[in-house]
Design a protein around this ligand. Structure first.
Ligand code: HEC
Ligand code: HEC
Length: 361
């Protein structure tokens, strides 16, 4: 294991202080990813992770919060929100999903968030609100971390925003943030069948349980993937389509080189194993039952934008003789199982037809 660490040193220097695997995993992960393309090589020429020497004290604290969110602001810390609850309600940290402290390509990196959510912010149909950087970060505090929003004027939020500003400074002259590759998670084709949690359990046992444990609780250096300490049903990861893309882009942690698609699971395996994760229990949060209500700035009702695998309201869309509607007197259009496991194409098609019918593209 010592050898692997030595081997890594040049890669760490190239990438500033950013290492590839931040929250444990096993050391072969480090060697594997670093032995391939470095993140900066992957992002070039549009983006380069800024030199850590230039990080302000505030940004450095923000990086620590992104790395150890649970440790700093979770139940085990002394910190509580004004309602007495911890800011982190489960046992996750930002870097568990935004890997490499938000620098890993294809794992929803946080490198251009400062630009993407710059004033006046970005409209979010789920919460029916305009989100700036702090607002979007709080979306993950409340949903991914099943916690409480940080006061926007708190030092913690200022530090996280300072770190995101620091990362945002890496967009190279002559490029816009939209040109930076590897953002979000890699896209995955919809299955024509329902995802299969039974087949998924076999994949989990063979490829995931060594780290995440058969009971899904993880261990001291591997995060939980279901149960009360996992992400909430009302988070992005609570939707099968999103969970599948994270797993496809980055798991198993010790096998996937985030810059080399040939090392990924097959898409069908990613769907089925993610279906198994979501077939187990996880936090349900009554604060968010009104998601995708209201009307967006373009005049389109938000329910028409609801992702097909957002599975906590089985009653939407409803069906008026085969046309999607939000009329509460009509029956649900799809069975609840289909909202969880798919197939999702028919749901998307129905929403698209209803959008077109109302004159929205
Ligand atoms: C359980 C996984 C998970 C955790 C933990 C998590 N997030 Fe997220 N986050 C997501 C997902 C999924 C998205 C949506 C990504 C997408 O659409 O590509 C997201 C989106 C974001 C975005 C918007 C990114 C963009 O490009 O639009 C920001 C900013 C963000 N998260 C910050 C944070 C911060 C800061 C933390 C820790 C306080 C955190 N997240 C914790 C899963 C997570
Ligand atoms: C070698 C250990 C290892 C293996 C094997 C592994 N993971 Fe992970 N997984 C991790 C670590 C470590 C993280 C957190 C990433 C980080 O902090 O850099 C993670 C993060 C995750 C996350 C997002 C965070 C969370 O807890 O929800 C999901 C989902 C996930 N893994 C699913 C899987 C699936 C599905 C498989 C099998 C196909 C798998 N993992 C295999 C170590 C592993």
């Amino acid at each position: 294991m010592k050898r692997l660490h030595l081997y890594l040193i040049p890669a760490i220097l190239v990438a500033g202080i950013f290492t590839v695997a931040q929250a444990g995993g096993d050391d072969s992960t480090l060697a594997h990813a670093a032995g391939g393309t470095s993140f900066n090589t992957f992002y070039a020429p549009s983006y380069q992770i800024p030199d850590a020497q230039g990080m302000s004290a505030s940004a450095a604290r923000g990086k620590d919060l992104v790395h150890a969110t649970y440790g700093s602001l979770g139940a085990g810390s002394a910190v509580r929100a004004s309602n007495g609850l911890p800011y982190v309600g489960n046992k996750l940290s930002c870097t568990n999903c935004h890997m490499g402290d938000g620098t890993q390509p294809n794992a929803s990196p946080l490198i251009v968030v400062a630009q993407k959510y710059a004033a006046p912010g970005l409209f979010n149909s789920r919460s029916n609100s305009l989100l700036d950087v702090a607002g979007r970060v709080n979306g993950c505090f409340e949903r991914s971390l099943v916690g409480q929003p940080l006061p926007v004027d708190s030092q913690w939020m200022k530090d996280i925003v300072a770190y995101l500003d620091f990362l945002g400074a890496g967009v190279q002259p002559g490029y816009t943030f939209t040109q930076v590759p590897g953002q979000g998670f890699p896209s995955v084709d919809l299955l024509t069948r329902a995802a299969d949690p039974v087949r998924g359990k076999q994949i989990f046992t063979g490829s995931c349980a060594s780290c995440h444990r058969a009971d899904g609780n993880g261990s001291s250096n591997t995060p939980p993937v279901w149960g009360t300490n996992s992400f909430g049903l009302m988070s992005g990861m609570g939707r099968l389509a999103t969970a599948t893309t994270l797993v496809y882009g980055a798991m198993p942690r010790n096998r996937v080189d985030p810059t080399d698609p040939s090392t990924r699971l097959s898409q069908a395996d990613a769907w089925d194993v993610s279906a198994y994760l979501l077939s187990n229990s996880r936090p349900f949060d009554a604060r968010f039952v009104a998601d995708w209500t209201g009307t967006g700035p373009d005049g389109m009702p938000n329910w028409l934008r609801k992702p097909a695998s957002a599975s906590y309201d089985f009653t939407m869309p409803r069906s008026n003789a085969g046309v999607a509607t939000d009329d509460p007197s009509m029956p649900a259009m799809f069975p609840s199982e289909q909202h969880i496991f798919g197939p999702f194409q028919p749901i998307e098609d129905a929403l698209k037809a209803a959008r077109n019918e109302r004159g929205f593209p």
